[in-house]
Ligand binder design. Structure first.
Ligand SMILES: [Zn+2]
Length: 398
């Protein structure tokens, strides 16, 4: 089955050589002066020039063929349900399709599309623990899905958060999608969650589908979640003055999603740049959603923000990698020794007008994905979903 994740059977040493461009994922130094990466047992062990790196004994050798290596992309906002199936648009294999769009890690903003989703406290807790366990056991295509994100209900008490945290729950789903829609209750529960190490996010803006509600700037700021979930609306955005108030009124993450208002995303980006706080900008798709499932959604956001938001492409990639990893305390998202060896290898799409991959993204084109790697293991080669890359990496030995 496509669901089965390839697993290493013994010690592994991955060597990626002949890298044309290395994007670090780190805003402070988005491009690294290096052409070689070595990863031992799924963790990056060396980054540098070929002559300076110990490349002996590799079990897998990838010749990047002059292409671009970046950290695997992180989708900060998805709504998984079970396995690689979504009832929202009744699709199977959507997570595997995202892997072909360069996404190697996903973060659940709540398993809210679960048919018959329980609303009582025992049911909410049970479902969160189930989702956390199920997605940690089954990684579709190898993609790391951080799930088990309960949506808070008014009847919850502090002990519920303590109990969920002890059981392995690390996330809250979007505040506002359940019964809690007021600032004071949200603030109290978000603080309980934080006390026990559970990260939080909130639905920002108008209702996304019938049954969800409006969350305005006052509720967002009072709730004080770690991430301002889809600050550009999902789809209906708050007015610009409210978005500005949120940006200026807190230091929390500013999440821009594909299934949101694109103009509001650009407004948020410009506001964050004016404030010199681009480190707060992270990207998600909010898929599956009413507007579908977008395997290339994160790449499309990178390209949209770079081309229309006038941000260098190497910076826009940080929004989808290092910024998210740092904000959400993930061990991937940066090309750095000790981090997970999760990579996307890309090149300029064939016939793009851009001079090179960064120029092509800046012009609004999508790059072509040639390979994805998770935990040091090659998961996919030439993407079935992106436009074809001009040059592709090859497995040449090991
Ligand atoms: Zn939402």
């Amino acid at each position: 089955m496509a669901h089965d994740e390839p697993k290493a059977t013994g010690p592994t040493k991955l060597l990626i050589r002949n890298i044309g461009l290395m994007l670090s994922g780190a805003l402070e130094k988005p491009i690294l002066d290096a052409d070689t990466i070595v990863a031992v047992n799924g963790k990056i062990s060396a980054i540098g020039r070929a002559r300076d790196v110990d490349t002996e004994g590799a079990t897998t050798i990838v010749d990047a063929n002059g292409t671009t290596v970046a950290p695997g992309l992180i989708d900060s906002h998805v709504h998984p349900v079970a396995g690689d199936w979504t009832p929202r648009q009744n699709q199977i294999g959507w997570i595997d399709s995202f892997l072909h769009g360069g996404v190697t890690t996903m973060i659940s903003a709540g398993e809210v599309h679960m048919p018959g989703r329980p609303r009582d406290v025992v049911g909410v807790k049970a479902m969160a623990i189930f989702a956390q366990r199920a997605f940690w056991t089954l990684r579709p295509g190898g993609v790391k899905v951080h799930a088990g994100a309960p949506v808070i209900e008014c009847e919850m008490v502090e002990d519920d958060f303590k109990e969920m945290a002890a059981a392995g729950v690390k996330l809250l789903g979007e505040v506002g999608l359940g019964g809690v829609k007021d600032g004071p209750t949200a603030r109290k529960m978000v603080a309980w969650a934080r006390k026990y190490g559970i990260q939080s996010t909130i639905h920002t803006g108008g209702p996304s589908i019938p049954g969800s509600g409006l969350i305005d700037k006052d509720v967002v700021l009072e709730a004080d979640t770690d991430v301002i979930g889809h600050i550009n609306g999902g789809h209906t955005a708050l007015p610009d003055d409210q978005i500005r108030c949120i940006c200026e009124g807190c230091r929390r993450g500013l999440e821009l999603v594909h299934n949101g208002n694109e103009r509001a995303a650009l407004f948020t980006l410009r506001t964050a740049r004016e404030m010199d706080e681009l480190g707060r900008v992270i990207l998600g798709t909010d898929a599956p959603a009413g507007s579908g499932v977008q395997p290339l959604g994160i790449l499309r956001m990178v390209s949209m923000l770079s081309s229309l938001g006038e941000v260098p492409a190497e910076i826009a990639f940080c929004f989808a990698t290092g910024n998210t990893a740092r904000m959400r305390a993930l061990d991937c998202g940066l090309i750095e020794v000790g981090r997970s060896a999760d990579f996307v290898i890309m090149d300029k799409a064939q016939h793009s007008a851009g001079k090179n991959i960064l120029d092509s993204v800046r012009l609004g084109d999508l790059p072509g994905v040639g390979m994805t790697i998770i935990d040091g293991i090659v998961r996919t080669q030439r993407s079935r979903n992106t436009p074809p890359a001009t040059k592709v990496p090859e497995i040449v030995g090991g």
